[in-house]
Design a protein around this ligand. Structure first.
Ligand code: HEC
Length: 232
């Protein structure tokens, strides 16, 4: 084996003849041939690999605010404006522009009742359930009720939802299958689902308006038929 210090010497020395000269006193000629011919290979590989290493070294960056050089960033960076980025094309500097004043999207009917007791009573008088009590509508209502309401009000409507019984939700949800609650007009339910009710959060746009009406059909007919006045 050739000791390390000679390998170093070999790299210092670019000329193979100098390589022989520098090793002459220490090695047999066969060893010298071995070292000096390898040197040519070693130096010719060494420089490009060194450059690659340098490149890799500087292609990593600790600054996570700056992506550094990116290779084909087109997938990450849209050429079009993203919804919430600044935009000099509009006077207010925003990309997402509000709807033109006085217009509403086709499929949205603004909810005009305030979140007060009077607002709820008013909604109860004026909003009528546009759907009929059919098996299909109630099945859809059950699907949505089980997804959005049962975790608090319980699958049977008595208020024993898992969120409450597990102790994760602090306030006991009322039973929805008492005569008193069932006697309330559909519009009041719709109002409560849309805006929430004191501690119960609003479902606003989370549930489609037509599904809210179908949930009410399900609670008032199917669910209550099986569980009316049941205690849990
Ligand atoms: C995170 C728990 C939670 C979820 C989910 C929830 N509720 Fe409630 N709900 C409550 C609580 C608590 C109350 C009682 C608080 C209050 O009086 O404001 C309540 C009250 C109500 C009331 C009024 C009862 C009364 O005595 O006035 C109705 C109706 C109602 N919820 C229907 C629903 C429907 C329908 C859904 C599903 C779309 C639903 N709730 C989802 C917790 C919940």
């Amino acid at each position: 084996m050739v000791p390390l210090k000679y390998w170093k010497k070999m790299y210092d020395n670019h000329n193979p003849m100098n390589c022989y000269a520098s090793l002459k006193s220490n090695f047999k000629i066969s060893d010298m041939w071995h070292v000096c011919s390898e040197k040519k290979i070693a130096t010719s590989h060494f420089i490009p690999w060194f450059l690659v290493l340098c490149f890799l070294q500087f292609s990593c960056d600790r600054d996570n605010k700056n992506p550094g050089y990116e290779y084909f960033p087109d997938m990450a960076k849209s050429e079009a404006y993203e919804t919430y980025v600044p935009n000099t094309a509009f006077a207010d500097g925003k990309t997402a522009q509000p709807p033109v004043a006085g217009t509403i999207p086709r499929h949205i009917i603004p909810y005009q009742y305030p979140k007060t007791r009077d607002g709820m009573k008013q909604a109860g008088k004026e909003l009528l359930n546009p759907f009929e009590t059919t098996e299909e509508n109630m099945a859809r209502g059950k699907h949505e009720y089980d997804a959005f309401c049962a975790n608090c009000h319980g699958f049977d409507g008595t208020g024993d939802g898992n969120l409450y019984t597990s102790g994760k939700y602090p306030s006991e949800p009322p039973s929805l299958v008492t005569e008193e609650i069932l006697a309330r007009p559909d519009g009041e339910y719709f109002h409560i689902m849309t805006l929430g009710s004191s501690i119960m959060g609003p479902f606003a746009a989370l549930i489609r308006p037509e599904d809210k009406w179908k949930i009410i059909l399900y609670i008032k007919n199917d669910l209550s038929a099986h569980n009316i006045n049941k205690e849990y």
